[in-house]
Design a protein around this ligand. Structure first.
Ligand code: DGJ
Length: 745
């Protein structure tokens, strides 16, 4: 039974595989947090976990006259408001018709549902059958304001994730304005944590940063209209002694693709309040009488097995209960994308040449990236006019895709950027009013394009119709859905002045509706989301599209950090990773082909180069790479991933993926710069069976799992400055090595 309720004391104990989450109603009938952490045995009464001071505290505010021991200021809370004696960052702020922002929600009722209800209009984790999870719905009411609030908590029996969301209902006569409705808030009893998060920029996404918590509020957010590469909608509170494989970590991730806020406030008593939800900045939502508002969901993962434990919980949940449809847990085709090969400069003949060369190497899918529609010879024009450019593709997309299928046996994929409009386009001429913007104000620019106003139903309908036409006219089995600028002047004439604060969220809801319609209509298509690379890599998008183009940066050395950081939350199967040509287009760096492969094989693998230009030697190497991925694809995309040596800490990186059932593991080691006369080094592996004997393909040696995990795998011979022999495996800058370990049965 994952949810225990003590009706008398109004206590709730949610128990997952390895996690307990306990809260109860406090003296003022608000929910108060009691414990979140490693699973504890259930007992009837957890009241003793409530921490109240023994003596009255000076200068504190108290809700009840005469009771100076009860103040919200020092109470651990569950979903705190503001204005009734707690001065910390609140989880919600509602402006009432009176103009006041003081609310007081008290317990009304609770309900336990089998399984997990969906969130209307929003992406969410789900259950396949009702016995996988239980959902607790606690309803609170503010009778003065005429409001009700449902707090949802889903706990999966066999997972360490607790999933939360909030719904607000206006049951009164007047409207209210929601200024903040975060998805989760947890008060943890100490501040002995590091605040770990993923920050970055274009071509430098999801780098790991970690700082000890300090007093006050520390936060990350996005105001860009997308979840953004500046900060991912994720943070973790990591015990100071926690490592990749040991110690306590709490991870928070928002299933949302727009503006978000994540933060921790350490208060005067060293309580850490962790908050995550839609960004209150620039947001307000008018809720009329009788209406309700659903906030997106937040996934909270607890791990006592360090960061890897947290990541694996996120990976398993997202692979199987966030991603949907035919591509869920399905091995991904090896693709070749023409963007870095041709940019806008191609024609049918060139594309077919690339496809023929690629198919001879075993590549399975071709993705035609940008430049295929009328007038699109650079990035200044044509977005919105999704008709084919016959001067490049005389037989259209239909003809080209049929030829790719028929002449090369590869499947065919297409790039689109539906949310955008170029000023130089017929669509702009016809519908200048479809552009997201603020009346009478000039628009800021970004990649020479504007954003379509997806808060307008007619725009969503138009895009649905246009894209459905394209996708049904040809044998298209893959779509890369791009989005190449951030929001600036956010406004829309679809709503009146007092609702302009709703526009960026309405945009995201419009996008989700469009994606829902298209992915339901074309379930066989593998969708990959992209936003100038990884500017919108979040679980919201993964719900509709099982993979995301991780970064426009295809440099193998830069990818070590980008993929390492991304793997903190997102599974390998969700990370688009391609081998590109040399020197690299984003960094100018030259890296060996095998290192480019050794990095990108850990993901949704492909190539992004001109396959007609491979030398004979490269063709042999690429064929081997393709075969290796085909043989090991399940392990590489769905195995358990372990980060071993961090690229953020030195010259070396190592990680591995293990499939315990198959008795196989693939280990990779990368050395950024050559080291003269290097020391011998061992990497301690993880995730193996201690008693199993493994054979290591690169050396032919055999070793038991416990040896490999406790003593480590010796990095094979490195060039030491004298001679290179046929045993030398690591030489020069940007060197790498991959070993496959197979259980000897
Ligand atoms: C940005 C994407 O991230 C690239 O991969 C490519 O698709 C270009 N857009 C095309 O314009």
């Amino acid at each position: 039974m994952p949810i225990y309720v003590n009706e008398e004391t109004q206590q709730f104990h949610l128990q997952g595989r390895n996690v307990s989450y306990i809260f109860s109603m406090t003296e003022n009938e608000q929910p108060g947090q009691l414990y979140y952490g490693k699973k504890v045995k259930h007992r009837d009464d957890f009241s003793h976990l409530r921490q109240l001071p023994a003596e009255p505290l000076g200068n504190a505010a108290f809700p009840y006259e005469g009771n100076q021991l009860f103040s919200l200021e020092f109470l651990k809370q569950e979903y705190p408001g503001f204005g009734t004696s707690d001065y910390r960052e609140p989880a919600f702020v509602i402006k009432h018709a009176s103009g006041s922002r003081t609310s007081h929600f008290i317990f009304k009722k609770y309900e336990i549902l089998n399984g997990k209800p969906g969130l209307e209009g929003l992406p969410a984790t789900y259950t396949e059958s009702d016995d996988e999870a239980e959902t607790l719905v606690v309803t609170l009411k503010d009778s003065v304001a005429g409001l009700e609030m449902d707090l949802f908590y889903t706990v999966y029996h066999d997972r360490d994730a607790i999933v939360r969301s909030v719904k607000l209902r206006n049951v009164g006569d007047d409207h209210v304005v929601i200024e903040r409705l975060l998805s989760t808030s947890v008060d943890l009893p100490h501040a002995d944590f590091e605040f770990l998060h993923l920050h970055g920029s274009w071509i430098r996404e999801r780098h790991v940063a970690s700082n000890p918590l300090r007093k006050g509020l520390q936060s990350i957010d996005s105001k860009k209209g997308v979840s953004s590469s500046l900060h991912n909608p994720f943070f973790a509170l990591k015990s100071k002694d926690a490592t990749e494989s040991h110690g306590e970590v709490y991870g928070f991730n928002l299933v949302y693709s727009g503006n978000f806020f994540g933060g921790v406030e350490v208060d005067l008593y060293d309580t850490s309040r962790a908050l995550m939800g839609m960004n209150p900045f620039g947001f307000e939502w008018k809720l009329e009488s009788g209406e309700e508002f659903q906030a997106p969901e937040a996934v909270m993962v607890y791990s006592d097995q360090g960061l890897n434990g947290m990541s694996q919980s996120f990976h398993r949940l997202y692979e199987s209960r966030l991603v949907r449809g035919e591509w869920r847990e399905k091995e991904r085709p090896i693709l070749i994308n023409n963007w870095e090969a041709t940019y806008f400069d191609f024609d049918e003949e060139k594309i077919l040449d690339i496809c023929k060369s690629a198919s001879e190497l075993g590549i399975e899918l071709f993705a035609l990236d940008d430049g295929w529609f009328q007038g699109r010879n650079d990035d200044t024009t044509s977005l919105g006019d999704w008709t084919v450019d016959h001067s490049k593709l005389p037989n259209g997309i239909e003809g080209l895709s049929q030829k790719v299928n028929g002449e090369t046996g590869m499947s065919f994929g297409l790039w689109v950027e539906p949310e955008m409009i170029s000023e130089k386009s017929d669509l702009y001429k016809a519908h200048p009013d479809w552009v997201l913007g603020v009346k009478d104000r000039p628009l800021s620019h970004g990649r020479n394009q504007f954003i379509l106003d997806l808060s307008k139903q007619e725009v969503v309908d138009y895009l649905d119709e246009t894209l459905s036409g394209i996708l049904s006219s040809s044998p298209i089995s893959y779509v890369k859905w791009d989005m190449n600028r951030n929001m600036t002047e956010v406004g829309s004439d679809s709503v009146p002045a007092d609702r302009q604060g709703e526009v960026s969220h309405r945009y995201v809801l419009g996008l989700y509706e469009l994606l829902d319609r298209l992915t339901s209509k074309f379930p066989h298509i593998l969708f990959e989301s992209c936003a100038s690379g990884g500017n919108r890599f979040d679980p919201g998008m993964l719900y509709y599209m099982p993979q995301t183009w991780t970064s426009d940066n295809t440099d193998a050395i830069e990818r070590l950090k980008i993929q390492w950081g991304t793997s903190l939350v997102y599974p390998l199967s969700s990370m688009g990773a391609h081998v590109s040509s040399c020197p690299n287009h984003q960094t100018g760096r030259s890296t060996p082909l095998d290192t480019r492969f050794n990095v990108s094989m850990f993901g949704a693998f492909g190539y992004e180069l001109d396959a007609t230009r491979f030398s004979e030697e490269e063709k042999i190497a690429v064929k081997k790479q393709v075969n290796f991925v085909k043989e090991n694809r399940k392990t590489l995309q769905f195995g358990s991933f372990y980060r071993l040596i961090s690229p953020f800490e030195g010259n070396d990186t190592a990680w591995m993926v293990a499939d315990v059932e198959k008795g196989e593991a693939i280990v990779a080691f990368y050395r950024t710069l050559a080291v003269p006369n290097p020391s011998l080094k061992r990497i301690r592996l993880q995730g193996l069976k201690p008693d199993a004997l493994y054979e290591i393909d690169a050396t032919g040696q055999q070793a038991y799992g416990d040896e490999l995990m406790n003593i480590g795998l010796l990095i094979p011979p490195m060039f030491s400055g004298t001679v290179t022999t046929d045993r030398t495996m690591i030489k020069g800058d940007f060197a790498s090595l991959v070993w496959k370990l197979s259980e000897v049965k």
